[in-house]
Ligand binder design. Structure first.
Ligand code: MIC
Ligand code: SF4
Length: 644
């Protein structure tokens, strides 16, 4: 039996486990990336583990999220990361160089290699044929130190793309169609592989748009084959030597299959407040809009920007619309400046932002009250834009640019001639904003800078045999990490200050949560299906840990958040019978009986007694041996310390 593309890469990097779907496998990681909002914590954890130098083939620290700097906090954290990177052997992408995923795709991605990043959109490099996965900062720190990365062996999904996109339909519309078909939980525990003749019609940045938003499916990652188009992209980046061809075997077996005929795809839009709430643009066209934002790691490549510039050229942004554009990298911005496209954008009235995440994570450009914002981004969760009652719609750059001119959501295919943009034979390459680390010998005489914004990393404590606590919060399905630990301009600068962050934990769902949790000295959270979907931010586990949360009982968990909970020493417990979810109310008193014994002895279930209702439920404790050891120790840092 043949292998799928990702099974081949997994096989080449397998350190432990067998490749049976669902069972834990350990992988050797070739490359890591961090960004600054999760990176501070990742490097603090690297330091806490007492590691001296990174052992990967390549590790890069990017500064792209926390770039508003409206206080000393961000600049302090940037300096911490920079001095740590220099000392520990990590390349440092300076602020201004661009969004981690765009820069990594351009400058460092290599087909067939493994990459983990402390950001959920790390699968962007799947567009290059890499096995690229998002992970919590602690897992990235462990991998930087040469440690193994563990995931449940994913099931395999094949999406066959036939035909060719019509004019005005875009790669964004392909992934929105996949989201419509599979939903935000459809990819959990799976890798999505793209195949078929249609693949050959897509450039590497277009493929990267699709794999980027595979994160919104909850997928472990998504991947395209490495072919002639991949080779040409690498050659244009001056890195042809990094190319190797890669494809699935013809007789590879998949667990699930979809077929999409590209030629029938119309421009699509994801409506508030979930990326899978997808309809055709034409079905809701005419809706008045207040803002358009173009950029983010999903849609900020040179090709995307060139299309936008061609649409805007010689025209003016509608008077009721604010248009913000953030090119994804210094390379993109430089080339736009050199070829005149930037001038066309500026002339049309676009507000040009630095090459960074910016509005995507609520760092500026929040829409007006109840405003309607069209964005080429990947997430439209409630409140993420910084305006609680705004409605964010996710669209392609083409739909965004045309709508910015008309002032209403517009199907671009009804607007005029589509711009014809071709990929350049050579990109402008200048890696002067990527700083190389010190040699190991040089590093010895240099210190790491710790600013006053950096507070201690919270640590769990060894698991007790019985935990008797109240339910401090009950929430529904698809709770995102943005609900658990919101970001945005007021909060994101404090990612290395967990006590401060704790004031905002879950406030999107319940403003009283932090206070209640403190008063009750923590307790349990009851969640629905796909609890913790979205970002990789381990703060969504570390902050509840700080507030005393001991376990989350849910119908199911998102992969990265489950790993982050375990790393923090919080028990992620799935209901054996999902109907039990309905029987529990907030404030019920629950007892996790003999929980330590259950985890220690390898039992796959444990009993929960509801004292308030006098009922008993069964939850799954089906953890790997490694996860059991971490939970017993009260988190990964304790576990590692005990091993030394
Ligand atoms: C996001 O898009 O939500 C982020 C901000 O990039 C996060 C990481 C973080 O919270 O710092 C992600 O996607 O992992
Ligand atoms: Fe940055 Fe947005 Fe991409 Fe997250 S999704 S990495 S915030 S651009």
């Amino acid at each position: 039996m043949g292998l799928t593309l990702s099974q081949k890469i997994i096989k080449n990097h397998l350190v432990s486990g067998d490749m049976t779907p669902g069972s834990e496998i350990g992988l050797k990681i070739d490359q890591t990336l961090t960004q600054d909002a999760t990176g501070t914590m990742a490097y603090l954890q690297f330091e806490a583990m007492g590691l001296q130098r990174v052992k990967t083939e390549l590790s890069v620290a990017y500064i792209d999220h926390n770039t508003l700097q409206n206080g000393f906090e961000n600049a302090d954290d940037h300096r911490f990361i920079q001095t740590c990177a220099r000392k520990r052997g990590v390349r440092f992408s300076r602020p201004g160089n661009g969004i981690c995923h765009q820069v990594h795709l351009e400058r460092f991605s290599v087909p067939g290699k493994t990459l983990i990043g402390s950001d959920s959109h790390t699968p962007t490099c799947g567009g290059m044929g890499m096995l690229a996965m998002g992970a919590g900062g602690l897992d990235v720190a462990v991998a930087m130190g040469g440690g193994t990365y563990y995931i449940p062996m994913p099931k395999m999904v094949r999406i066959t793309l036939n035909g060719k996109l019509p004019a005005w339909s875009a790669a964004k519309d392909i992934i929105l169609e996949v989201l419509r078909l599979m939903s935000v939980k459809g990819g959990v525990g799976k890798i999505v592989e793209y195949a078929g003749e249609g693949v050959k019609t897509l450039s590497v940045p277009e493929r990267a748009t699709i794999t980027n938003m595979g994160a919104e499916l909850g997928a472990t990652t998504s991947i395209f084959p490495s072919d002639e188009i991949t080779r040409r992209f690498l050659a244009a980046q001056g890195r042809e030597q990094d190319w190797t061809p890669l494809a699935a075997d013809d007789d590879a077996v998949y667990d699930e299959e979809y077929v999409i005929d590209l030629s029938t795809l119309k421009p699509l839009v994801a409506q508030p407040h979930m990326p899978d709430n997808v309809v055709k643009v034409k079905d809701i066209a005419g809706m008045k809009i207040d803002q358009v934002c173009i950029g983010s790691c999903t849609n900020s490549s040179l090709m995307d920007m060139m299309k936008v510039a061609a649409i805007l050229k010689g025209r003016t942004v509608h008077p009721d619309v604010s248009l913000a554009i953030a090119p994804g990298s210094k390379q993109v911005l430089n080339m736009l400046a050199a070829n005149g496209a930037l001038a066309a954008m500026i002339d049309a009235g676009a507000r040009i932002l630095e090459s960074a995440c910016g509005p995507c994570i609520g760092m500026g450009q929040s829409p007006k009250s109840a405003g309607i914002s069209l964005r080429t981004f990947n997430r439209n969760f409630r409140g993420r834009s910084g305006t609680a009652d705004a409605g964010v719609y996710l669209v392609s750059p083409e739909t965004a640019a045309v709508s910015a001119l008309t002032g209403v959501l517009t199907d671009p295919s009804e607007w005029g001639e589509a711009p014809q943009i071709t990929m350049p034979d050579a990109f402008t390459v200048n890696d002067n904003m990527i700083e190389m680390p010190y040699s190991a010998a040089e590093a010895e005489s240099h210190d790491i800078y710790f600013g006053p914004n950096i507070k201690e990393v919270p640590k769990g404590h060894a698991l007790e045999n019985s935990i008797d606590k109240q339910v401090v919060l009950k929430v529904g399905d698809n709770i995102t990490t943005d609900h658990i630990m919101p970001a945005g301009a007021k909060i994101l600068p404090y990612r290395s200050n967990v006590p401060y962050l704790s004031r905002f934990c879950f406030t999107v769902c319940d403003e009283q949560f932090p206070e209640r949790c403190k008063e009750m000295q923590g307790g349990f959270i009851i969640g629905g299906a796909n609890y913790g979907q979205g970002s990789s931010r381990e703060h969504a586990a570390l902050v509840p840990l700080y507030l005393g949360v001991r376990a989350v009982l849910a119908k199911s968990f998102a992969r990265m958040h489950k790993a982050n909970l375990i790393n923090s020493g919080i028990l992620p417990l799935e209901f054996a019978d999902p109907a039990d979810y309905d029987k529990i109310d907030q404030m019920d008193e629950l007892v996790l009986q003999d929980i330590r014994d259950a985890v220690e002895s390898g039992k796959t279930t444990a009993t929960v007694f509801n004292k308030t209702k006098n009922e008993t439920y069964t939850v799954s404790t089906d953890f790997s041996d490694r996860q059991r050891a971490i939970l017993l120790a009260g988190g990964c840092l304790n576990y590692i310390a005990a091993q030394d």
